[in-house]
Every structure is written in structure tokens, then in C-alpha cells.
Design a protein around this ligand. Sequence first.
Ligand code: HSE
Length: 435
Amino acid sequence: MTPTRAPIRIAVLGAGTVGAEVAAQLLEHREEFEARIGAPIALSGVAVRDLDATRTRALPRELLTTDSRSLVLGANIVVELIGGVDQARELVLLALESGADVVTGNKALLATHGPELFAAAERVGAQLNYEAAVGGAIPIIRPLRDSLAGDHVRRILGIVNGTTNFVLDRMDEEGLGFDEALAEATRLGYAEADPTGDVSGADAAQKAAILAGLAFHTTVPLEKVWVEGITGVTADQVRTARAAGQVVKLLAICERITAPDGTEGVSARVHPALLPRTHPLAAVRGANNAVFVQAESAGNLMFYGAGAGGPETASAVLGDLVSAARRHVIGGPGLIGSAGADLPVLDHGVVETRYQITLAVRDEPGVLARLAGIVSERGVSIETVEQSRAGSDGTASLVVGTHRAREAALAATVEALRDAAEVEAVLGVLRVEGE
Ligand code: HSE
């Protein structure tokens, strides 16, 4: 290709595992990228905190700078991979306001400041691409934003956190306890040194906010995502699930729902749930991610692959980069996702699901009848009951499976059971999904 125009200048902010990989591939495969884009490109620099830090990919020293603002102001496309929220927001806004396109993999930034950033991009006609923010290498943002823009997405079930999927998978496969499985994830490098954001569900909640916003053309604030992590999931629960043909997964669930008063809205939630082993998401092993989309016309779609990793995530970032660069060649304003439907995000209490409640009870006459009364008084219907034979202490375990009911009624049922004299302990509560 004979370059006939000035190169498109690309700035990479951050040289961690993904940033260093993106920069290295831009240098190694520049000509191939130029052929795909139809214009010359130049990596104008890589902003880092420490010029001498050890990196997963070696980068030419002369490209490194600690002056990220100057780098941003001289670029046509800014690739933000520094993570965190405040500095990233400042630099992304600076880039967009100067007319540059932005590619980011920063889920925390988008989940907390998405509307502000999209508005800034729209104002100047710039592109804000973020395929790497959810599901690492898996193409899911573009399919939701573009390919399914003519359909109606009803529901998304996602395994969007690799650390927790790895932990639950080891508990399922090897019968490990939570602590043991997490220690293995840390030893093998799947879990970060501080895995709090993963096991608490916070990381998955950021991704759920992004997916729900895109799928339902609505702004979904992070604080409206209901979150429960996996720290309370026991080896017993996982073993019992396995014996019953189920598996425990941490799911991000985004749905169109209708409140009892008829209000149409959306909900987004993250929690561990029982899935039948026949569900496509049950086959997602190790640290992989998958997003199962249910759309009115398209039916069920499954997007599966690596949710993290340097080269894997760089693949999504570079795809976004090529797309943004092509727009520079063609001209015209950038594509943005639409939030035009502006649906209300409904309270978690109106969500419908099923509960499986495991109780330790006194094995005495009338106990089952009284507990059934507590459940039905809250408008919840029992679907299954399984009781184990009582031990020598007279305590039996009772597993109650409910029919579908609203969260508020189900949660009130669990509280009432907890307070009941016949119940020695509520041993566990898991939602049942995917049936
Ligand atoms: N900590 C995340 C995970 C990495 O375990 O999936 C990608 O967001």
C-alpha cells in the first residue's frame, strides 16, 4: 500500500499485560493493520507510570512516556488500558473532547461514568469502543450494539467472571471447599492477589450494568445492580447440586420485566444460581466466560471464550482499534449505542425467580405442615420437598424448592423460616435459573 495521507496516530495508555500486548502487536503487524484499515498508522507512544518497570512484552524505550496528557492531545485514537476510574475518566474525556476516538477495556469506568462519556463522544462525533470491557476476547458488545439492534433482547444470562467460574468449577469437579479452590485459583494465576472484587460479585456487576444498558437501550446505573458473591457457597451445596443434575454458577442476569402494577422495566442482578447441567452455560469450564442471549426473533444465542488474558483481551482491543481507524478513513461521526428506550430499572423485589432453601429442622410431628404454612402465607408455592433421615440428634435437613415467585415474597419467606421455632438453621439459599 502506498501511504497517501498522514498516519493515524495511536496512543496507548497503560502497558500492563493487555496494553503491552496491544502496543507490541501494533508494532509487529503494522503493515497488516494498515492494509485492513486502508491508511497508514503510527503508534505515537505508550503512557506508563514507571519507565523502567518489567513488562510482559518488551517495548522500544523511545515510545514510553509518563506524560499521558500530551500523548492524548497528539493522538487520533486513544487506547485506554490504565484501569481505575478517576484518571481514566479524565484522560478519556480529554481525548474525546479533543476529537479523538477512544478504545477502552475499562468496565469500572463505563459502569460508573458511561453516560457522561457517551455524551462526550456524541457531542464531537467521536467513537467510543469497548469490546474488551466484558468477556475479554468474546465479541459481545458489538453483537448487542449492532447485530441485535433490530431485535428485542428479553434476557441475558452471563458467566462474566473467570475467577469465580474457575473456583466454582473446582468445587464442582474436585469437591473442594471455597477457600481451597480460591487458593488454587491464586496459585495458578487465575485470581488476582486481592480477589475481593471477583468473589464479591462486584466485577460481574459492572459487566452486568454494561450488558443491560446495551441490550435494553437504557442507562442502568451500577448501584441498581443487585449483587451477591460466591463467598457463602458451600462444598455441600455444590455436591448436592451435582447429585441433582445441577451446577452452581455465578450469573449476571439482565432481563426485561413487568412489575405487579404493570410497569415495564429492566433489571440486572448478579448472584450464584443453580443451573441444570443440560443448560449451555453449565458447560462453561475453568476461567472461561460465556454470555447466553435470548432475543425475540433470533432465539437463543451463546457467545463463549476467554474472558481475560493479555493476547485474548488484546484481540478485542485491536478489533475496536481497526474499526475506529476505518472511520477516520471513511469520515463521518462515530457509532454510539442508544439509550433511547429509557426504561426504568425496577426494584429487585419484583424480579421473578425460584428459590431452593436448605433448612435444618427438628424431625417432629407437624413441623412440615407448619413450615408449608409459613411459605404459603407469603404467597409462595412449594414445588419440591426433600427430607433426609434425622440423625441421632433428631435434626433432619429439608430442601424446599419453590415455584417461581417475586424476590420480595421469597426473601420474606426465608426470613420467616429463619425465625420459626421449628427451624434450627437456614443452611443455604440458592436461586434456580435456566429452566
Ligand atoms: N478479574 C476478571 C475475571 C478479569 O476474573 O474474570 C476480567 O475482568
